[in-house]
Design a protein around this ligand. Structure first.
Ligand code: AMP
Ligand code: MG
Length: 326
């Protein structure tokens, strides 16, 4: 398969992408979080193509993207009051809601679960595509499974060249981190995945929201994606406290490793320095692109300094911990 790259703001490109999707093919497109790899969510064979292209484990369910709340309701058995409130305040936006699955949703999307994950993305290209093709789109991040999520069209090409028919280029994505995944099927809202919508924001909007306790096996079953390796560059990642970067770099250099230091401070170091912005929203926007650039530079060990675990910082730390565990 030859992969074509087209500007996402061109209506002819959107029309072509919609044709490919209606015919059961795959199209990568920008959202405000990261790039997604889309397929017609109502076609089990089209969706199977996503798993094959990404090498994604079949037990990791997909998020379904829709153009508006009405389209989301049609894919559920019930849409509780909290979902209405969350959708009214946050959609289009970086919040995914897990709800009782409707009959139209194929098993392959939900990994056999009785719930479905839904989101209205806030990117003009994603919305134009959803409207043009007139179908809900299953769209996980458009990376090879386990790799950092793509925040630019070139990242999609690097991972999926020859595996996706068309990539719509929308430039760098706004958040650079995935959506937050909120399960509304239990007695209390449960945040399954930290993301671009913060826990503080969700609590202010919805009242009590539980954060997933990953040491709780029963809770963990509600978030199948957590079982898998995630967000990892090829280089090994070492996460250290803010201020501890230089010492960790010295140990890596002594061990003969080609090392990079990722931090928010101005530091003197013999490592390749990737200084990310102090502002956490900007840090999040640049993180995955930075990890990919360090891979491309042939780095073997990435020392990353921790960031404060508030607001979007909690999502950043979640990704860094998983990258370090990779
Ligand atoms: P990705 O789109 O690659 O960022 O991954 C989608 C995320 O949503 C994964 O963490 C999945 O485990 C999660 N997810 C999708 N559907 C469900 C569902 N029905 N229940 C719980 N989590 C889900
Ligand atoms: Mg992903």
């Amino acid at each position: 398969m030859i992969t074509t790259l087209l500007a996402g703001d061109d209506p002819a490109a959107i029309a072509r992408a919609a044709d490919i999707l209606r015919a059961g093919g795959l199209v990568a497109f920008p959202t405000e979080t990261v790039y997604g790899l889309g397929a017609d969510a109502l076609s089990a064979t089209a969706v199977a193509g996503i798993f094959a292209a990404k090498d994604r484990p079949a037990d990791n369910p997909l998020i379904v993207h829709v153009a508006d709340v009405a389209a989301a309701r049609r894919l559920t058995r019930s849409f509780p009051a909290l979902a209405e409130r969350a959708a009214a305040a946050m959609w289009p936006g970086p919040l995914t809601l897990v709800l009782p699955r409707g009959e139209a949703v194929p098993d392959v999307i939900t990994a056999g679960q009785d719930t479905v994950a839904l989101r209205v993305p806030a990117h003009p290209v994603a919305l134009a595509l959803l409207r043009a093709c007139g179908r809900p789109l299953a769209a996980p991040s458009a990376n090879r499974s386990g790799r950092p999520s793509p925040t630019r069209a070139e990242h999609v090409l690097a991972d999926l060249d020859g595996r996706v028919a068309l990539i719509l280029d929308g430039g760098p994505t706004l958040h650079g981190l995935e959506s937050s995944v909120l399960d509304l099927t239990g007695p209390r809202p449960l945040l399954l995945r930290r993301g671009a919508a913060t826990l503080e924001q969700l609590r202010e909007l919805l009242g009590p929201v539980d954060a997933l306790d990953e040491s709780d096996a029963a809770a963990l079953r509600r978030s199948p994606g957590l079982r898998h390796r995630h967000y990892a560059p090829r280089a090994r990642v070492l996460l250290v406290a803010e201020g501890a970067g230089e010492a960790a770099v010295e140990r890596a250099l002594a061990a003969g490793e080609r090392v990079a230091l990722v931090c928010r401070r101005e530091v003197e170091t013999q490592a390749l320095l990737l200084r990310l912005p102090g502002d956490l929203a900007a840090f999040g926007r640049e993180l995955f692109a930075g990890l990919r650039a360090l891979d491309a530079a042939g780095i073997e060990r990435i020392v990353v300094e921790a960031v404060p675990e508030q607001g979007i910082g909690a999502a950043i730390m979640d990704r860094l911990r998983r990258a370090a565990a990779g």
